[in-house]
Design a protein around this ligand. Structure first.
Ligand SMILES: [Zn+2]
Length: 386
């Protein structure tokens, strides 16, 4: 064993007395063709010194594969680090940024990126693919909403199934054709998603038996945007003095009335007496939300119909727009009452993806970002150490 200040080297003379194995088919081969140049592999550190394995690989003449470098039990054929180190790096990269992981193991960012990419490739090839019953399709924005990725979850197992660049029909199609495949698509009962035409179109095309359910949180998001739009246009209209009063009390509208103290209740009732569009918008929003609590489909539907007609009479343009959106998607909204499913089940996973994108300003390409998402959210198996 050689040791320097920076690292420790372990030369390996030969792999026991056994015959070498072909690096491709892993069969034992008697014919040794020649010896290669000495190669080194980074291994886990020993006594805080990076360990390096030194070995001159042999090439075997394999009747099946031709002349090939022999198989080494400590590393994959192409790898420059041992499987033990690669797995340790991969495990840490699930928790830390790639920069942080690289620093911890004294590797370059690029090496970590390559290790994670390989781990994901391996994991995708070897992961279990049990039947899927409920999937959630969601979009993730990158670079402040300028670039979108599509992620698909198994909502029952709460695990990422697929991640892809962009959210167009073309971009998401491989999820159905490659990841799911015909058989699993045809027996898929429920798909939960945003009211995004490209997703719905693909589901109708590839999983015609699936019930589409538009995600509760996305619907509420559209509703909140309507409230916000009303608020903004009203603020432009109000005098400066009124605006100050409003700004100070606006948050009262967003709180549950039973959480307010007497003074706050007073201010809220002043606002209500003004009966401004903002207040109307607020109460429309509150009454819409009752929809989610109904247990009987007929009653839920009646509530929604009543709500939509009152919103249409509200003289609030953003709400009329919201009603038109609902009308066009009712077939995927009403089933909520019986299914009661939403992508909220994987909200933790979406938060994880957001934190991946925040902590990793090093992701120059969507490809790296997607690898990181798979790596952290898909519960992929790592290569076994031999
Ligand atoms: Zn072979």
């Amino acid at each position: 064993m050689k040791e320097t200040q920076e690292w420790m080297a372990v030369p390996i003379d030969r792999l026991g007395r056994r015959l070498p194995r072909c690096g491709v088919c892993r069969q034992r081969r008697r014919e040794i063709y020649d010896l290669c140049q000495e190669r080194t592999w980074r291994d886990l550190s020993m006594r805080k010194l990076p360990l390096r394995l030194l070995y001159r690989p042999r090439r075997v003449d394999c009747p099946r594969c031709g002349v090939r470098v022999e198989d080494f039990p400590w590393a994959e054929p192409w790898a420059r680090v041992t499987t033990a180190l690669a797995n340790a790096v991969a495990v840490l990269a699930r928790e830390l940024s790639w920069q942080g992981t690289a620093r911890h193991y004294g590797l370059s960012w690029k090496s970590v990126a390559r290790i994670v990419e390989r781990a994901v490739e391996y994991g995708l090839r070897h992961r279990r693919r049990p039947p899927v019953h409920v999937i959630g399709i969601d979009e993730v924005s990158r670079r402040k909403g300028q670039v979108y990725l599509t992620v698909v979850y198994d909502l029952e197992r709460r695990v990422l199934l697929w991640a892809g660049d962009d959210r167009t029909e073309e971009a998401v199609r491989p999820f159905f054709t490659q990841e799911m495949g015909r058989r699993r698509c045809h027996t898929l009962p429920v798909v939960c998603m945003d009211m995004w035409a490209a997703y719905a179109k693909l589901v109708r095309e590839y999983a015609p038996n699936a019930q589409i359910l538009f995600d509760r949180f996305h619907i509420v998001q559209h509703l909140q945007e309507a409230v916000e739009e009303v608020r903004r246009s009203e603020m432009r209209r109000l005098s400066r003095k009124e605006r100050v009063v409003f700004k100070r009390s606006r948050w009262l509208l967003l709180k549950n009335p039973w959480n307010l103290n007497p003074d706050q209740k007073n201010r809220l009732s002043t606002l209500v007496r003004w009966n401004t569009p903002i207040v109307r918008a607020y109460y429309l929003k509150e009454s819409f939300q009752l929809f989610w609590d109904y247990k009987q489909p007929a009653r839920a539907k009646a509530h929604l119909e009543k709500w939509m007609s009152s919103a249409m009479r509200s003289r609030l343009e953003p709400f009329k727009k919201f009603v038109r959106l609902l009308r066009g998607h009712l077939g995927g909204i009403l089933p909520w009452t019986t299914l009661r499913l939403s992508n909220g089940a994987v909200e933790g996973m979406n938060n994880k993806i957001n934190s991946i994108s925040h902590r990793s300003f090093g992701f120059r390409s969507a490809k790296n970002f997607i690898a990181a998402i798979y790596h952290c959210c898909a519960r992929l198996p790592l290569p076994a150490e031999r």
